[in-house]
Design a protein around this ligand. Structure first.
Ligand SMILES: NC(=O)c1ccc[n+]([C@@H]2O[C@H](COP(=O)([O-])OP(=O)(O)OC[C@H]3O[C@@H](n4cnc5c(N)ncnc54)[C@H](OP(=O)(O)O)[C@@H]3O)[C@@H](O)[C@H]2O)c1
Length: 354
């Protein structure tokens, strides 16, 4: 680091002050507003080894905590570096996770995919998203193998297929999932998309699974605002939806509705399955930040509080690159440029699905 240090402002907004811990040093990262006391730093104290990024030490800047600050009683963990957002039950979950669609389809890639999930955990991307649909249960098995011995580090999201989502089928699908995942509980179990079974039937099954401890909580995926309204007042914990720069429809109604409800939204395909990577506007903004287009695409999704992104990557290097999206703060100019290239919706659009 080698910089002179930094006087911390009285409070720091979480978007503006991602605390990044380096070199085994302990500090606290949170999605709440932080005060100096919470950092173990007295007001006015200059923290040695701290530096700002983005040109400011208060809101608008980023603060890196380097050698010299040890939070009493703290324990270093990369996971502590990742901002979190609360689920409706108050449980904080990381805003950036790892998807697994496409995993376990090619035995030749298995080693890399498992290494990628290990890298995700090491990087603090502890939210792992999978589904019984992916490789016909194969992705669940791969996740189970990757998490063997590390289960407690992860927050596992899994999904039941609509064709299995009857009262009994949901419970059976969950039991299969638990076996494949080599675990005794799923942290968040989602209905993958709406099928022929009434939502109320699936919700009853989810409730039984919560009551018996096989899942911690439940949610849905690919449900538009009218269907989400039917779930108002239930214990639904999230809606996992297609949301990225080229799929901005949810900004018109679904995202504002979810924000009002205090419901976090999980954005899948945040880099549009790789199709955004060659976009010239993204490239230009990435160059300005010394970042990559994937990082800018993910940072753009994460600009909204209460939004979680679950990009999928099949190498540890890409996993680490995607984690770097948390170090990219898009400016108002960047956001205006992106709005011009990818206009926000001016009317209702049905929720798109991949
Ligand atoms: N609920 C649903 O209906 C639903 C639907 C779709 C997806 N999902 C979930 O969301 C996850 C993410 O969505 P997605 O997989 O569709 O799309 P995505 O995350 O937008 O894109 C994944 C693609 O981008 C590539 N990629 C990732 N990081 C990269 C980087 N830094 N540089 C270059 N290329 C990079 C990946 O390549 P490599 O893999 O070769 O590294 C892969 O081809 C899925 O895996 C799944 O868990 C849920």
């Amino acid at each position: 680091m080698g910089d002179p240090g930094l006087t911390l402002p009285p409070t720091i907004g979480w978007r503006d002050a991602l605390l990044t811990v380096r070199g085994g040093i302990t500090a606290i990262s949170s999605n709440a507003s932080l005060g100096r006391e919470q950092l173990g730093v007295a007001p006015g104290v200059v923290v040695p080894g701290c530096q700002t990024r983005g040109g400011a030490s208060g809101p608008g800047g980023r603060i890196r905590v380097g050698p010299g600050l040890v939070h009493p009683g703290g324990r270093h963990s990369r996971a502590m570096d990742i901002p979190t957002t609360p689920l409706p039950d108050g449980t904080p979950i990381p805003v950036l996770g790892a998807g697994t669609w496409g995993y376990a389809e090619d035995p030749g890639r298995r080693r890399d995919e498992i290494a990628s999930l290990h890298a995700a955990l090491d990087e603090g991307l502890t939210l792992v998203d999978t589904a019984e649909m992916y490789a016909d249960g194969g992705a669940q098995e791969l996740v189970g193998e990757a998490l063997d011995g590390r289960r407690d580090e992860a927050f596992v999201v899994d999904k039941v297929l609509p064709s299995d989502a009857s009262r009994r089928g949901t419970v059976e699908a969950c039991e299969r999932a638990l076996r494949r995942l080599r675990t005794d509980r799923i942290d968040l179990y989602l209905l993958h998309w709406r099928g022929r079974y009434p939502l109320s039937e699936t919700v009853e099954a989810f409730t039984e699974l919560v009551d018996t401890g096989r899942i911690r909580r439940w949610g849905v995926s690919n449900l538009d605002v009218d269907e989400m309204q039917q779930l108002a007042g239930t214990a639904v914990a999230t809606d996992q939806i297609l949301y990225n720069l080229t799929r901005r429809g949810p900004e018109f109604d679904l995202l504002p509705w979810a924000a009002e409800q205090g419901l976090p939204v999980m954005a899948y395909s945040p880099i549009e399955q790789g199709r955004l990577l060659g976009d010239p506007t993204l490239r230009e903004i990435a160059d300005r930040h010394g970042a990559t287009p994937a990082q800018v695409a993910i940072a753009w999704v994460l600009r909204r509080p209460g939004t979680i992104a679950i990009p999928k990557a099949s190498t540890p290097a890409r996993m680490a690159e995607n984690r770097g999206a948390l170090d990219v703060t898009l400016t108002d100019d960047d956001l205006a440029t992106l709005d011009a290239a990818f206009p926000p919706p001016d009317r209702k659009r049905r929720l798109e699905i991949l």
